[in-house]
Write a protein that binds this ligand. Sequence first.
Ligand code: 4AD
Ligand code: MG
Length: 461
Amino acid sequence: QQLSVIDLYDKDIEDKSTVALEGSVKTIRGSKNISFIELNDGSCFRSAQVILKKDNPNFEEISKLPIASTITVEGEFVKTPDAQQPFEIHGQKVELVGHSNADYPLQKKKQTFEYLRTIAHLRPRTNTFYSVFRIRSLAAFAVHEYLQHNDFVYVNTPIITSSDAEGAGAMFRATTLDMNNLPKDEDGKVDNSKDFFKTVTNLTVSGQLQEEAFTMAFKNVYTFGPTFRAENSHTPRHASEFWMIEPDMAYTRLPGMMDCAEGLLKYVINYLLEHAKDELDFLDQNVEPGLLDKLRGTAGEEFARVTYTDAIKMLQESGEQFEIPVKWGMDLKSEHERYLCEEIYKRPTFLTDYPRDIKAFYMRDNDDGKTVAASDCLVPGIGEIVGGSEREEREDILDKKIHEFGLKPEEYAWYAELRKYGEIKHSGFGIGFERLVMYLTGMENIRDVIPYPREPGNAPF
Ligand code: 4AD
Ligand code: MG
């Protein structure tokens, strides 16, 4: 019966029994009498060591194989309690079943992440990217598990939409119109009624607005899906296509929203500390020294909570020379966010009650007339990882803000109607999944935590 490499580690396999495997050659070393083959089948981070001796009929052929060749191995499973690896396989029947070329770009020596981005189709096979993408998968599972255990209902909001959830205009058009031959109306303007949906549509920037309709029905809901932003930001933490987790909770105020975000982040970290040991060890040793201590620390400590106004004072009084000076009313830049959580608090930090003018129209006005009940969570090394708020549930104030923010009321009529038929105080937030994976893996560039990154000027594959 054919086994996977992970079975050899996890199942209680009898010493000296015969096992069969199929996988890729990760490395081969040895001498003219013996070969040591690291066999990898992707089922776990680790490989199985196969030993092949000169008396084997295929010894010559197998020993010369290029890396990434596929072989089948039948052999004796031998426990090696004193060695670094807990077992080895003494190959008996070893056969080549799939060729690979000798110019395989992932030879043993370390390649830069920049170079590996140019071969995004091959990089999942490296130790680093294998670790990152397994952690990404486990983290997604943990997110669902945490929210489902806490009675959240998973809602799938549309990818193609006619409304701009953030009101920021950073949207990709979704159209079937021929750009070289656009239909025009009598005034010479593009006639969008000739488009597929007979109106202008875009790729979603956030599922929040459509999701809120479900908050009213199910109390606790979440989305977890791809979102798209046509921001021309060339930074290591902005992607044009990224995944977002958006929980939304009825009868919940800002402190409850922050408790949920904090609980979720800690749950995901604890889940990985338990289920991604090999991967986290590797990243701790090779990518971010201290990663494990950082994660254990985050899971065990209370996040800081401070108002935007107090944070501005602290930044101004810090004596630090920022590239962009700190002023009340400004949208904090990454240098300010990072100073707050890295130098002042040294842990994840919730910033609350931002100026209303720099935040989205749907955020609930505070009584001071200047701020909104919003909260972002900033984490060391990255900056903003969570953005959330109480939602403006008062019908009259929401209507006023839609006008004030220059949005078209007819496009938001259905959204305003959610208030018209029952004002419910509710709050929610969005976690950028890639930024979370960056934090979990120590990777410093968002392009290295999403399988196929999309960025301004670049969308290969
Ligand atoms: O702060 P944002 O824009 O908030 C929203 O979209 C709300 N609708 C969320 C909600 O309340 N339901 O985005 C939320 C998070 C940010 O904190 C950041 O982590 C991530 O999404 N994010 C990005 N990640 C990668 N690339 C980008 N261009 C991102 N823009 C936002
Ligand atoms: Mg934000």
